[in-house]
Write a protein that binds this ligand. Sequence first.
Ligand code: FRU
Length: 463
Amino acid sequence: MVKLEGEALTDFYHTSYKEQYHFVPIKNWNNDPNGLCWYEGRYHLFYQANPHEQKWGDMYWGHAVSKDLIHWTHLPYVFQPQQEILEQDQLKGGAFSGCAVPMEDEVIFYLTRHLGPLEDGPDTMEWQTMSRSKDMIHFEEETIVIKDKPEGVGYDFRDPKVFCDKGIWYMVLAGAFNGQSAILLYSSPDLLQWEYLGPLVVEPDPGSTTFECPDFFYLDGKYVALGALMKHTDEHGRYQMTKYYVGDFIDHKIHVESTGWFDFGSNYYAVQSFEHEGKRIAIGWVSDFYEEHVEVKNGSYGSFALPRVLSLRNDVLCMEPVPQVYDLKQEIIYQGQGESIEIDQIPSNSYYVKLDLKHSTDFIMELGRDEDQHIYLLRDHGVTKIKTVNTKTDHIDFIADVQDVKNIEVFVDRRVVEVYINHGYAVGTKLFYTPSCEGIFGVKFHEAENVEYLEIATMKSIW
Ligand code: FRU
């Protein structure tokens, strides 16, 4: 193995399109976050990884640790694909997504093993396994905990996520129930024997195949279930959004009181949450559903959006970045009130924008430009959205579910743009590939007198 140090390491992280303050694998592919937990003083982030290429392949679990959820140290891969998959080109699978349950002196892991032909179908096999680790480096051999699919459930049967409520362990799994996307619910008295309780949620609308990477937890007096709607396209053209359901949990079902989209940008998938010190923290995969990835030497496909602290406000799932992200603010390059501005050559193209408005106003904010390609956040006749020009997503309106806009925060980090509106009432993530390592920012307001405060600051690299 080549050891990268000093300048060589820095050069590695400065390859085009590599995030500077979002988690990104050293190189090659990542998808879902897995096994998020806090154990013995450190946060652990595992993730679906193909260490060999910048595209999906046979799945390993990558691993990184952090003391603050911001600065990460890469560790060796843990679960590997089954040997037969590595040896036979016509098979696919490996260690699919799963979760971690930290106990006093060990962590229990649940994951899916997938084995099947290249095209999913009746020969596809998915089953759930369990492993343990005391030091997060050495893992006990996996044992099977759930093998047989319940009646009425198709071949999607994966992504275990475990949660404890009132002394009972629950596990949710991705599935489809009689052809409709469903989150399947199991329970266990001891984390070893699992009993099927039926679907926790069935999505009434057709047009998706399953809820990938479901999650289920208690938050601010209600229960929240969520999952990534595989193959779904919404009325604005957004592909594969994550839908959440809020309500009471009665007789093993969520009695839904409200629903919404987790992230309006739709480059955000397979979010997983965990609880630490009374806060529910979620990390999602910045996914490239519109095939915008540009492959470069030592490049990485995929990264993770900033860890978000979840809360419920009027049954809306709200989220704000973990507060420690603000420690990365480096230099304030603009501070003011009420003007339209334009800034070029923002070093490193990683910056932060804060805008407070006295009253809503329409505006147009440019967050990235590469020749005739642009990405904007705008409010037009009261509709707030992310919009791109001359990219593969021009036909899509990434609309935020908000009326008045009082506060906006934007985190630009090379190819990732993350927007938080009204203190996380609506949050959107969008990719925008630009080969330059310098950024641009511009804004024009319809009623400039409504602006209370505007700030732009550069952000430090975490690497
Ligand atoms: C979601 C997903 C999961 C699966 C994993 C495989 O992105 O398809 O359902 O476990 O990725 O990499």
